[in-house]
Design a protein around this ligand. Structure first.
Ligand SMILES: [Zn+2]
Length: 326
């Protein structure tokens, strides 16, 4: 698969840098807004070398002498923000909750350990090498947002109005979406995934559906998800249908006393969502949903959820057990 991303214009002054990949983790869509000699980014990629590629394309599209004045960070996951240090001097805008919860995110060093320091013949080590082994996490220093807001923030890029709305807790505690009312484009961050199963760490799904419906209510022509291809409103409606169904399944399977792992395995066995990649990620979203159903306010145990996710993928892949001597 060719994953060399390109920066594509989708509306006047609006570009999407799209790794164009489904079925894998970490390759997120980013955006460039440019007008009147100004430029602003929406998210940065996972690693410094990917960010350098994105910035080279962004500077070329913005034109000579145009500085990038801000990065709008849709949420605190590394695959949307670890390139921020490369955008020297730019304001880093995020919700206040993203700043507050940044300490709960795994660090680049932890991720390197999960890729390099785990046993490749066990599910977790196998899964991390498979999905995160392609990334070079060297040299990353996680940046704190320099400007935070609650609820809503408005700005302008040249004469282009840009509206930021806090819609979390949804995918994470502190999600924001970026609305461009004149272009009728919305950058949804990981509140929307296209082509892959969602992995909502926070939830509940009802809040994610609420955020998606709020986006639809703005009557956008294009919705840029955090990962996967750009959607039209019908694509977003179909995504909402899936989220609602998953929430309904969660309620039913929770009431039957299943664990999130057993519930995810059940839905996979049913082949309930045959068109979506990464079905093992359902365990993450179901665990969030079950915590809400149980009124459990604990933070998600990311490592344990990734281990569950890895075991499901390992079993599905039919990874052969290591042959025993004799
Ligand atoms: Zn993401």
């Amino acid at each position: 698969m060719n994953t060399a991303p390109t920066l594509l214009p989708i509306a006047p002054g609006v570009h999407v840098w799209a790794p164009g990949s489904t079925g894998s983790w970490g390759l997120a869509n980013c955006g460039l807004l440019t007008a009147g000699g100004q430029a602003v980014l929406i998210d940065t990629p996972y690693t410094l070398n990917l960010t350098d590629d994105f910035l080279a394309a962004a500077h070329e599209a913005a034109g000579p002498g145009v500085d990038i004045s801000a990065v709008l960070t849709t949420h605190g996951n590394g695959d949307h923000s670890w390139g921020n240090q490369r955008v020297t001097g730019a304001e880093i805008v995020a919700t206040h909750r993203t700043l507050e919860h940044q300490c709960f995110e795994p660090s680049p060093e932890q991720l390197v350990h999960l890729v390099e320091g785990t046993d490749p013949e066990q599910p977790l080590g196998w899964y991390f090498r498979r999905h995160f082994g392609r990334f070079d996490f060297g040299g990353i220093t996680v940046q704190k947002p320099t400007k935070t807001f609650r609820d809503r923030m408005d700005l302008r890029v040249g004469d282009m109005p840009v509206e930021l709305y806090e819609v979390g807790p949804a995918h994470t505690v502190g999600d924001l979406v970026v609305r461009l009312p004149e272009q009728r484009v919305v950058f949804a961050g990981d509140v929307v995934f296209a082509g892959d199963h969602v992995c909502h760490w926070s939830g509940p799904l009802e809040s994610v559906v609420g955020a998606c419906e709020r986006i639809l209510g703005w009557e956008p022509e294009l919705i840029v998800p955090g990962h996967g291809p750009v959607l039209d409103p019908d694509g977003l409606r179909a995504h909402i249908g899936y989220l609602r169904d998953l929430a309904e399944q969660a309620r039913t399977l929770h009431a039957r006393g299943l664990s999130p792992v057993a519930a995810a395995r059940h839905l996979i066995e049913e082949d309930r969502y045959p068109d979506l990649h990464l079905p093992e990620r359902m365990v993450i979203t179901l665990a969030s949903e079950f915590r809400h159903l149980d009124r459990d306010e604990a933070e998600p145990d990311i490592l344990s959820l990734m281990d569950d996710c890895s075991r499901i993928a390992w079993d599905r892949a039919g990874v052969a057990p290591v042959p025993q001597a004799g």
